[in-house]
Design a protein around this ligand. Sequence first.
Ligand SMILES: O=C(CO)COP(=O)(O)O
Ligand SMILES: O=C[C@H](O)COP(=O)(O)O
Ligand SMILES: [Zn+2]
Ligand SMILES: [Zn+2]
Length: 369
Amino acid sequence: MSEAKTVSSSKPHSLKPGVVTGDDYLTLLDACKAGGYALPAVNVVGTDSVNAVLESAARNNSDVIIQCSNGGARFYAGEGLADQHRARVLGAAAMARHVHLLAKEYGVCVILHTDHANRKLIPWVEGLLDLSEEEVKAGRPPLFSSHMLDLSSEPLEENLSECARLLPRMEKLGISLEIELGVTGGEEDGVGHDLEDHADNAHLYTQPEDVLQAWKLLSPLGHVTIAASFGNVHGVYKPGNVQLRPEILLHSQEHVAKAIGSGPKPLSLVFHGGSGSEKDKITAAVSYGVFKMNIDTDVQFAFANGVGEYVLQHPKAFQHQIDPETDAPYKKFYDPRKWLRIGEESIVSRLDEAFADLGAKDQSIAAKG
Ligand SMILES: O=C(CO)COP(=O)(O)O
Ligand SMILES: O=C[C@H](O)COP(=O)(O)O
Ligand SMILES: [Zn+2]
Ligand SMILES: [Zn+2]
């Protein structure tokens, strides 16, 4: 991947709709930063969530990022598969192939990404790189646009040396690397989400010196984006529990720009724990160079809430095939295509809000027609 293009303030390039990788990925990323907007990176676990994300992106005329965690990939492959490693690799590959096939039909550009991978999950990423190497050898694009390595719980040197080990292999494939510096908190990470845990937990706030060290080591090896923590927390908790300080992203931007003599905002930043975040903090983070905001928990709730409301409106249809009093058949109520669709529509509505919050609505650079 050549260095990130400096997109002039004029209208950015347009790209063919579909999955974007390599230089096209850079063009989309640069369009986000030049346009002052970010894309939602939505965690998916099956075709319903994938299709709802594509539908919402198309409805909002916005490009989008579709990602899976290792758990989401395993679920996509089916919980009945015993080999966890193969399920993670094949589930992520199945999701990627589903998106490669359909994304262009929705008329938007899609970045395909795999989420947090700590050290024990590196074989998962390597398995996906094996498959992308097969694709590229056959003259096709790689399966994914980018992968994340999340070694933020390890000493910085160990985090960066492992990233430096894998990045050249990814660069050859036109795949970008997302690294994490500073920890994302939250219940699922076993890190405090109560404010008191937060305030004194320096690990939850990325240090500019660490970002410069990472940039100096990794940027010559390939394209890197940085999940820099500014109090981020996975999940949604009672108001006031989370103390987001997006201004510390600016400290890293300024520190690196000064050290390398670049223009403002040389870093492409990732906002983890997007669910439940205050809108003004989202706006501030985007203004400081965030191009990707991860959103999972709110989308999970949107799906569950939509389906739950429907079941509450038609309880008997989920207990009887035929109404015990009227003998009326309930098939059209319990047909999964009915209530799964309601879950999808609920995701689409929640993502309408995310596209608006991030300034991404009507910003798609996918060529029309
Ligand atoms: O960061 C995330 C995925 O990596 C998602 O976080 P939320 O579940 O808080 O939206
Ligand atoms: O932080 C990670 C995402 O929220 C996905 O997590 P999960 O799929 O493991 O629940
Ligand atoms: Zn992490
Ligand atoms: Zn995350």
